[in-house]
Design a protein around this ligand. Structure first.
Ligand code: SAM
Length: 461
């Protein structure tokens, strides 16, 4: 597999570390410095409970220092479950003849989006199975992105569409970029070549380099916000993390830029897949917490995304340790958000979802923990993507901008979509948070707040 030196990773996995070394590495991370592969390997080798607690504490410190209290919320929108590939763990596998296949029309996509707008969502992750790269399919993806942006609920519009679709050529990525996508997201699934080849048995996906090349193609097409990740539990998690960090080193060396986000999905049961109910390398919640914390420390400026595959309880813990974006009320079925749903969720869904809370419930839980639920999409709309974003993120400047935008989008949510209890909690948090801002930020915020009270929406810095 390209960019992954298995022998080197296996050697790194043999490294044992001392308490002193771990403490020294943690000191370095407190200065928000990126870690070397060897340093990350040393942290991954830690098993001792007291040292793990220290890692969690510093991860939480780093998260708070760079990202502040905001947590960005998004929702996936599945537009099609047709798939040419056969991944043994996936409910969309082409070999599964029971799955009912569905490709939404542009009108249906618009209607699904309207339902999501009505609940308060502003950021959408568009997802599809691998439909192939024919002109018709690329036109479909482009049309789908446009349909999402065109949807309207009482003047509310989607502000950012990220996409998770199969690899494509530079030319085709350019078409997606022109349609206005934010992040292009693709998971390598596993960075371990033998495992990869065993688990992907049909379609273009059988070639592991095909997915790695997709990221290069996206960068070359000018999409500079890229989301990557391993699908955990397919192979040894420490191997996957180090291999992904090695992949990131390659991207940084080649494009001067790493991924915008990392996702760490774990396998969930899936219709038609025995494998998904019993993955070969299960990881406990404790191990998962350790992985998220070490990622936060290894690549402090990269967003970490946590999906509804995880339980509400665990997600509440992980936002403290490093997660900066979470999905909410996800349906992993094309057409899953219809108000009077007639689809068969069991047969069309990709995998099981554990956090079933509504957006209001998730917002409430974040507020109770002192977090600012954010629907902000300002960076991408202000061209603060890729290197521009990193230039701001590194000196800590992004936190000031994020605080203002997060509070503005929170107030919009409270006014337009929150249930009374959440509204009350939200305004309490806004007041507490306002007290921590400098004068310039407070003045900008007051102006935006009074505009919201006068009916203006969608202002940002
Ligand atoms: N066609 C796109 C592609 O080629 O990447 C999207 C694939 S799929 C719809 C999105 C992601 O879901 C996959 O990349 C995989 O990581 C994840 N996934 C598949 N089966 C899963 C399962 N059983 N549990 C958790 N995640 C799963």
């Amino acid at each position: 597999m390209k960019h992954v030196d298995e022998a080197k990773i296996n050697a790194l996995l043999e490294i044992k570390t001392t308490e002193k070394e771990v403490v020294d590495i943690l000191e370095k991370t407190k200065q928000l410095k990126r870690l070397s592969l060897e340093e990350s390997a040393k942290l991954l080798s830690v098993e001792e409970p007291d040292l793990l607690q220290k890692i969690y504490a510093v991860a939480s410190y780093v998260k708070n220092t760079i990202y502040g209290k905001r947590v960005v919320l998004f929702v996936p929108l599945y537009i099609s479950n047709f798939c040419a590939n056969s991944c043994v763990y996936c409910g969309f596998a082409s070999s599964d003849k029971l799955t009912v296949r569905k490709k939404l029309t542009f009108d249906e996509i618009k209607e699904q989006t309207r339902v999501l707008l009505k609940r308060g969502h502003k950021r959408i992750l568009m997802v599809a199975g691998d439909m192939g790269q024919s002109k018709e399919n690329i036109d479909y993806y482009v049309g789908a992105v446009k349909a999402i942006y065109s949807a309207d609920y009482k003047g509310n519009k989607v502000r950012r569409v990220n996409v998770n679709v199969a690899p494509m050529s530079v030319e085709n990525f350019k078409k997606l970029k022109e349609a206005g996508i934010g992040t292009y997201q693709i998971f390598q699934e596993t960075y371990h070549e033998t495992t990869y080849r065993n688990l992907h048995v049909a379609g273009a996906k059988i070639d592991p380099d095909n997915r790695l090349d997709a990221i290069d193609n996206a960068f070359r097409a000018g999409i500079d916000d890229i989301g990557i990740g391993p699908l955990l539990e397919l192979y040894k998690s420490n191997f996957e993390i180090l291999a992904m960090l090695m992949h990131i080193e390659y991207l940084e060396k080649t494009y001067g830029l790493g991924p915008h986000t990392i996702s760490v999905p774990r396998i969930e049961p899936a219709p038609g897949s025995d494998y998904a109910s019993k993955p070969e390398y299960p990881i406990t919640d404790e191990e998962f917490k350790k992985i998220v914390s070490i990622l936060r420390l290894s690549v402090p400026y990269t967003g970490i995304i946590m999906s509804t595959r995880e339980t509400a309880e665990l997600r509440d813990i992980l936002v403290n340790l490093g997660v900066s974006q979470i999905s909410a009320e996800s349906k992993v079925t094309p057409g899953g958000y219809e108000e009077n749903s007639v689809h068969n969720d069991k047969l069309e869904r990709q995998f099981s979802v554990n956090d079933q809370r509504s957006l209001n419930e998730i917002v409430k839980s974040l507020l109770l923990q002192g977090f600012i639920p954010s629907f902000c999409a300002a960076c991408y709309r202000k061209n603060r993507t890729g290197e521009n974003f990193m230039d701001l993120a590194k000196p800590g400047e992004i936190k000031r901008i994020c605080d203002i935008n997060a509070l503005v989008t929170l107030k919009e949510f409270l006014e337009d979509f929150a249930i009374p209890e959440v509204k009350e909690l939200g305004y309490k948090l806004i007041e507490e948070h306002k007290a921590t801002l400098d004068n310039t930020s407070t003045n900008i915020l007051e102006k935006f707040f009074s505009d919201i009270d006068n009916g203006v929406r969608d202002e940002y810095v």
